[in-house]
Design a protein around this ligand. Structure first.
Ligand code: ZN
Length: 64
């Protein structure tokens, strides 16, 4: 199961660059960029999600 533990909305959402992400786009081979979205909930739990996108506008995007 990959259902989220929280059914409430996060109280805070921050998006920051993933500076240690050095993968390449599987579609065109150009270095990809990634950001980490951190969602903080009222009980103090934090969910982090890394989403990578191609540095070129080829349209590739990876979630998870
Ligand atoms: Zn690409």
């Amino acid at each position: 199961m990959t259902a989220p533990m929280h059914d409430a909305e996060p109280i805070r959402v921050t998006v920051a660059p993933a500076l240690d992400y050095f993968e390449k786009c599987p579609r065109c081979g150009y270095p990809a960029e990634a950001v980490v979205t951190a969602r903080t909930y009222a009980d103090g739990a934090v969910d982090r999600e890394l989403v990578a996108t191609c540095g070129l506008p080829c349209g590739w995007k990876s979630a998870g």
